[in-house]
Design a binder for this molecule. Sequence first.
Ligand code: ATP
Ligand code: MG
Length: 401
Amino acid sequence: MEIQADKSPPPMNDKASLICDPHLPGCTIGMVGGGQLGRMFAVAAAAMGYKVVIFTDAENSPASHVADQTVVGDLNDQAAIDRFAEQCDVITLEFENIPATTIARCRKFAPTYPSASVLATAQDRLVEKTTFHDAGLPVTPFRKVHDFDSLQSVGEELGWPLIIKTARSGYDGKGQHRIESASDANQVQWSTATEWIAEQCIQFEKEVSVIVARTPDGRCETFPIFENTHANHILDISVAPADLTNSMAEEARRIAVAAAEILDVVGLLCVELFVRGDKILINEVAPRPHNSGHLTIEGCETSQFEQHVRAVCNLPLGSTKQRTPTAAMANLLGDLWAPDGQAPDWMAALADPGISLHLYGKAQPKPSRKMGHLTITGQDRDAVVSRLTEARAKLPQADRS
Ligand code: ATP
Ligand code: MG
């Protein structure tokens, strides 16, 4: 799509300066991004009586199916940004790789959360880790690297193996390599990215995440801690609450709230953490709803999506208490679809009446693509997790050939 020539920005709207007035139901919330997070946000916002306008560069996006309106356009296109933002009383987003100039332009029409400076930090692993480290929060030991020699010397300093990541644009483990030893260090194709980070490979016992909601006037609320397992670098299963001692859970919460305050996030911040012995380290943060928090829809008195609405609208935050002692979520990836596109056997998975099915309305199932998830709640952690994995195991269609 054609990028518009620069024109003078619209005058600062009154709405943009009144940041601490609540935006009450009936207002219009703008959501930049049309994926599954935007879709579940729009459902929660509609339930509370808000209108939602989506801004996305994709036709037929998951969020567009449930929103009041969708503006489709290049995220850099000023005319498209203006068409979107002029309809909104408050604006938020569902992914962090949005041009800062887009957010700055939105901000001229309506309060926009999180801010361009939060995005700038969260878009770059080096800036993000440096910010937290300098503020005294524990992060995975890391160094900037750019070539074979710099990687060698970081290996000598931090020890092998190392995890090498592109500083920007990675998700679901894309752009990451595990480098076992000095002799492996020539595997990296340095020219595929402009900036790289090398991290010590943490032999963690658990991965957990904490979602913090924070309002424009600085009120914070955390969700129960999620314990996450990954398969092929993609989140597979989350369980709440994480199996942590009270003092470790308290420490994880303290770190997450401190991270939200240091960044001055408004909306949600998910803080991904590695746990090893009595140590907790920040892996990365995401200033938006997070896959590990999907179980809050059934599992908590307020879902992460409703809490996101409440936070950006400066309403009282909802109770994050779990409804039952345990809740668990399993992702459904495109790999569950047959090569001919035949959908999984939903009837079999739903035979357990405690299973909830969420599908994101994506037209094309592809391997590794997040297509939906299953959630279950209950009393006993082991029983809940085994019912969940059994339900998912029933999904592949029986071979009828
Ligand atoms: P996502 O989009 O799923 O959050 P991502 O591409 O942003 O992923 P990370 O969260 O940094 O990348 O890494 C994905 C997974 O790889 C982590 O959840 C963890 O299991 C593993 N991993 C990443 N960095 C390290 C590390 N330094 N030590 C050990 N394991 C790591
Ligand atoms: Mg991650």
